[in-house]
Design a protein around this ligand. Structure first.
Ligand code: HEM
Ligand code: HEM
Length: 257
């Protein structure tokens, strides 16, 4: 049974699957065509690829940047506020709750301002890109976020923040890509976004693994016992803590005992 809390937890993965990943596919498709068209033009040949692919790539790229940052913020918001609610932080530590809320507001405001900056305002592009990235990192450092530090090399958190920072950087350097005739910024963009693409693929794997590990609300006390009693290493028994509320929700009255 999926309750409201479980449903809120599914919002982030669902949006990733039905919106962000298809967008990544479209952005990469246009990126490939943009590159092919430019190389064919350099060779002096006439390309069959329409001239608008570069601007289509940019248009969807701008959507992608906002979507990836938004998706990371949603993942972080769920992790932080759901745990804060369980631990009673809203009444016990209102100062910290206010700080976290203000950090979310400041990060979103920085992203919006990054989109408003004019192409010739280079410093402001740098400032708002840095502030957006810093906002994500500060929120990610909150104790409620599960960062998987013991296996950082397969951590959904670290991959997600790294991919978000790279994509924010892409948004910040757009005018430089167009202005640099030596194509150095273009090359920087390609290299960094190929890394981002690998990280997105990693997000597909690590995110689905995390979904596999996170129990539904009613299962949580039992799964907790599996870890506490180290059931992966030794035989153990999981006990029902409140049989009255637990048993009726199980299909066909199966029990874990
Ligand atoms: C998965 C993410 C991305 C990948 C793999 C990617 C890759 C590429 C590639 C291969 C090119 C063609 C370079 C060439 O001409 O040789 C390109 C161009 C470009 N990209 Fe991206 N990119 C990504 C995301 C973004 C984002 C998020 C933005 C901006 C918000 C962006 C902005 C641009 C711009 C402005 C160009 C130049 C287009 C033109 O020549 O008209 N890209 N990108
Ligand atoms: C663009 C791709 C994605 C990005 C940038 C991203 C980013 C994030 C971030 C920053 C968090 C919060 C930190 C954390 O709890 O690990 C998070 C949480 C989470 N994400 Fe993603 N994510 C992406 C795709 C996915 C996908 C495809 C799935 C699954 C289908 C997924 C499932 C989850 C789950 C289950 C959590 C909660 C993990 C927990 O509470 O430990 N994510 N994501």
């Amino acid at each position: 049974m999926v309750d409201v809390h479980d449903f809120l937890g599914l919002l982030h993965p669902a949006i990733a699957v039905f919106f962000v990943f298809p967008l990544i596919g479209m952005v990469v498709n246009y990126a490939w065509q943009t590159r092919q068209r430019r190389l064919q033009a350099v060779d002096g040949g006439k390309s069959k690829i329409p001239p608008g692919v570069g601007s289509e790539h940019l248009k969807l790229g701008r959507w992608l940047c906002a979507s990836v940052v938004g998706l990371s913020l949603l993942g972080l918001a769920y992790a932080i506020f759901s745990k804060m609610q369980k631990q009673g932080a809203f009444s016990q530590a209102p100062g910290r709750v206010t700080f976290v809320v203000l950090m979310f507001v400041a990060t979103i405001a920085s992203l919006v301002l990054l989109y408003q900056v004019k192409p010739n305002q280079r410093i402001w592009r740098g400032v708002f890109a840095t502030l957006t990235g810093m906002g994500l990192v500060v929120l990610g450092c909150q104790p409620e976020v599960f960062r998987r530090g013991f296996e950082w090399y397969v951590s959904h958190y670290y991959y997600g923040i790294a991919a978000s920072l790279l994509i924010i950087f892409s948004q910040a350097i757009v005018p430089d890509i167009y202005q640099d005739r030596a194509n150095r910024w273009r090359t920087v963009h390609i290299v960094l976004n190929c890394v981002a693409l690998l990280l997105f693929i990693g997000q597909g794997f690590t995110g689905t693994r995390d979904l596999l590990e996170i129990p539904l609300g009613w299962q949580e006390p039992y799964i907790q016992q599996l870890y506490e009693k180290q059931c992966m290493k030794q035989p153990c028994k999981v006990e029902s803590t409140s049989p009255q509320s637990f048993l009726p929700t199980l299909p066909n009255s199966h029990t874990l005992l």
